[in-house]
Write a protein that binds this ligand. Structure first.
Ligand SMILES: NC(=O)c1ccc[n+]([C@@H]2O[C@H](COP(=O)([O-])OP(=O)(O)OC[C@H]3O[C@@H](n4cnc5c(N)ncnc54)[C@H](OP(=O)(O)O)[C@@H]3O)[C@@H](O)[C@H]2O)c1
Length: 286
C-alpha cells in the first residue's frame, strides 16, 4: 500500500506512464502526473480517477516539457514550493525514433528528452527526495540500449543522425545514469533502479511509418504479441512500491526481477564521463 506517499510520474498521460499512475493510485498513493500537454493530461487524470474512485487531490496534473530546461526548472521550483515530501520519482517519459529535431536548448531530441531532461529533473528534486527518505527513483530504459553507444564526440548528432541509434544511445544513457547516481546515493536513504518494460502496446511508435495496407496486420500482431500498458507498467509499480526492493540500489529489472546488463551499461568510466558532460550540458556546472 502507498497511502501517504507522493509519486511523480513523467509522461503519465499515455501508455506505460498512464498505467503506472493508475497502478500507484490503486495502491492508495498520490500521483503527480508530469506531462507536457495539460489538456491530454487532464483527460488521462479523469480516466484514472474514475477507474479508481479517487479524488482530485490524489491525482494531480503539473506541466513539464522535458524538451525545455526552463520548463524542467519551473516544474521543480513549483514542486519544491508546493510539496512537503516526495517519495518516488518515476522517470518514464520518452520519445522514440523521431525525425531529427532539437530541444529548446539545442540538444538532439531523443538524447535531450530521454536522458538530459530527466538528468536535470532528478538533480533538482534530489534534496526533496533526500528529505523524504526512504525514497526511490525509478528510471524506465529499454532493452534496445544494447544497440547504443555513448559517442562523446557527437552527442547531439550534428555530424550524423540515425534515429534508431539515437534512441538506443538515450536508453543506454538512462542505465549509465542509474549506475552513477546509485554510487552517489549510497547511504542517503534514496535508491535508484532502472527497468526495461518489454514490448508494450502504447503510442511510442507514433514516428514509425507503417504502410496503410499493413496496419490491420500490425494491429492484430501487436494485440497478440505485445504487452498491454498495464502489463508493461508492472515493473515500474513494483519498483515504486514493493517492500522487496527497499534498499536495493543501482539494479536494472525486467518482469520484476533483476537482470544482467551488458558491460557497456555498467562501465563506470563512461558513466562518470557522461555524468560530468551532462552537468555541463544542462548548466549545473560551467
Ligand atoms: N512501448 C514499448 O514497447 C517500450 C519498450 C521499451 C521502453 N519503453 C519506454 O517506456 C517509456 C514510456 O513509453 P510508452 O511506451 O508508454 O510511450 P507513449 O505512450 O508514447 O508515452 C510516452 C510519454 O512520454 C511523454 N513525452 C514525450 N516527450 C515528452 C516531453 N518532451 N516532455 C514531457 N513528456 C514527454 C509523452 O507525452 P505526449 O503524449 O504529450 O507526447 C507520453 O506521455 C519510454 O521511456 C520508452 O522509452 C517503451
Amino acid at each position: 500500500m502507498m497511502s501517504g506517499k507522493t509519486v511523480i510520474v513523467t509522461g503519465a498521460n499515455s501508455g506505460i506512464g498512464k498505467a503506472t499512475a493508475a497502478g500507484i493510485v490503486r495502491l492508495q498513493g498520490r500521483v503527480i502526473m508530469a506531462c507536457r500537454d495539460p489538456g491530454r493530461a487532464e483527460e488521462a487524470a479523469r480516466d484514472i480517477r474514475q477507474e479508481a474512485g479517487a479524488d482530485c487531490s490524489q491525482v494531480v496534473v503539473r506541466q513539464l516539457d522535458l524538451a525545455s530546461l526552463a520548463s524542467v526548472r519551473s516544474f521543480c521550483e513549483n514542486i519544491i514550493k508546493e510539496e512537503p515530501r516526495l517519495d518516488v520519482l518515476i522517470c518514464n517519459a520518452g520519445v522514440y525514433q523521431c525525425p531529427f529535431t532539437r530541444t529548446e536548448d539545442g540538444f538532439e531530441m531523443q538524447f535531450g528528452v530521454n536522458h538530459l531532461g530527466h538528468f536535470l529533473l532528478t538533480h533538482l528534486l534530489l534534496d526533496l527526495l533526500k528529505r523524504s527518505a526512504p525514497s526511490r527513483i525509478v528510471v524506465v530504459s529499454s532493452k534496445l540500449y544494447k544497440r547504443g553507444d555513448i559517442n562523446f564526440e557527437d552527442l547531439n548528432s550534428e555530424q550524423f543522425y540515425d534515429k534508431a541509434f539515437a534512441y538506443s544511445r538515450s536508453k543506454l544513457a538512462n542505465l549509465l545514469f542509474t549506475g552513477q547516481l546509485a554510487r552517489r546515493l549510497e547511504a542517503s536513504g534514496v535508491t535508484v533502479n532502472a527497468l526495461t518494460p518489454g514490448i508494450v502496446r502504447t503510442n511510442l511508435g507514433r514516428h514509425v511509418h507503417v504502410p496503410v495496407l499493413a496496419k490491420p496486420l500490425f494491429q492484430l500482431l501487436s494485440r497478440a504479441l505485445f504487452k498491454s500498458p498495464e502489463e508493461g507498467a508492472e515493473t515500474s509499480v513494483y519498483l515504486a512500491s514493493s517492500p522487496e526492493v527497499a534498499g536495493v540500489q543501482g539494479k536494472c529489472f525486467a518482469n520484476c526481477r533483476p537482470q544482467l546488463l551488458l558491460d557497456k551499461a555498467t562501465d563506470q568510466e563512461v558513466a562518470s564521463k557522461l555524468w560530468d558532460i551532462s552537468e555541463v550540458m544542462v548548466g549545473i556546472v560551467t
